[in-house]
Design a protein around this ligand. Sequence first.
Ligand SMILES: [Zn+2]
Length: 570
Amino acid sequence: MQGAFVDTGAKVGHRDDSSPDRLHCPYRSYNKEEGLMRFPYRVLAFLLSSAFLMAAAHSAALDKNNSPWWAHIKTLASDDFQGRLTGSPGYRKAADYVAGVFEREGLKPAGTDGYFQDVKFEVQTIQTASSRVMLTSGKAAPIDVSEALVLSPGILQRKETKAPLVFAGYGIHLPEEGYDDFAGLDVRGAIVVFIVGGPESIAGAHRAHAIAEVLPHYLESAGAVGVMQIGTPKNREVPWARQKAAGTQPGMVLAEKGLRRYQGEMFGTSFDETKAEMLFAGSGKTFEGLVALADAHKPLPHLKLATTINAHVEAEVAPLTSVNVVGELPGSDPALAPEAVVLSAHLDHLGTGKPDHGNGIFHGAMDDASGIATLLQSAHMFNASKAKPRRSILFLAVCAEEKGLLGSRYFAAHPTSHAGHLIADINTDMFLPLYPLHAVVGFGADDSTLGDDVREVAAKSGVKLVPDPEPDHLVFVRSDQYNFVRKGTPAIMLQMSPAPGTPQEATRKEWFSQRYHAQADDLDQPVDLGAAEAYTRLVYQLAVHVADQQARPKWKESSYFARFATSPLP
Ligand SMILES: [Zn+2]
């Protein structure tokens, strides 16, 4: 999963090694894969099949040596794959592994070159040591603020920028919704400063859309030369030091200009909120006062500030090619087979970095080797059960999710198969099987009939669909399903959800603080393998259900995203 939807830089982190690994219960009885029991008269064949032998093995305790789901993770998150950074040899090796499993499970190559789809990027590496950002306030001498900000690696940076700062509240430009932080504000030639958040009157999805989609276009059309985002102390997800370290990692944009958020270069930054007061010197407003309004989701003022930035940024930009991996199970019903259900997960992770735990490799076992393992196991279940879904199923492993959802953005713009007929995306990213599976959150469940499908399928195994307990975190727009949503395709992502106030909830929180985008997301962590297998069966059963039912999934009229079905985004 992406660190934050507006900051496309990778996040690196630290682990508190003083805290002990938690105990967990990996023992759970194994239910035979659906479909194996459909032909009771073929008992003999069944007994002799390897599927039976595997099922028999699993009716004993599941451990990391006999879980087929974990076996994929054990490979992909091993040292050999070097953290699967998009475009790296480790990533390529992972892509070859996935293609090999697709082939073994009988999927048809559905890329542009066998199972692969080339995705071309520009990679930007910022030379922080030779870059300098100075802030001038009134007649005072300029001060060096280079340490107080991160130059966004995912925005192609201008080399020289000398410009006044303009404060644009939350940076939300939605005049048709009656809210415009830019009304009467001249931003030509200026750096636009905004606080991440939004007024109560604008729903979370609108806010996310305003910042991720509307703001870049607006800034460029209005002639702004820079953008500076500031979080509030309350909403900080990772410590500033982690964010600062992430700024040294290379960023990527798609080579195809039309698919980029910014068409040209920008002075793009995030500013440390603990130092932000200095930006507002002489403006008649204090950052502290603005944060109080933001924390209460009140409207913010917008005004010209009394400060100026003078920046010199050195960066290298080089081309890079990586791949998405696509396999297809063709549909069996001539009328419905032209339509395809996409099962997706991201194959990339953060590569390597300064060692914070062990050997400096970001293994990404949960993020998102776990989702890839579920994808591969789903392919195996279709193969083993000889299921013949009516619609086609596309198995999609994408690159560059961690660089700003770029591989899926490219695929959604250029589907290699069934273009114009992708009817659903079921995405799996970091579903976190840390305890037994009783409930899932369905990101996007309220937006389309896919939520009803999940409810129906999950109920059969006693799993509940529960509401998102953290809607302000906007997870629905922070993983690959969002790129299908942008194109008008109903999408859903399921994550395991702990009941509020339980030890499981604490376990999940602890996982985020110690392992999320940290090198401790590795093979040694405790995982509930029974829950992982049960979750994988749920995804498989959902895919079967959506592929087989007569009606294709539909957006709910009440959904904000329904509009993209008639007017998809570029
Ligand atoms: Zn991630």
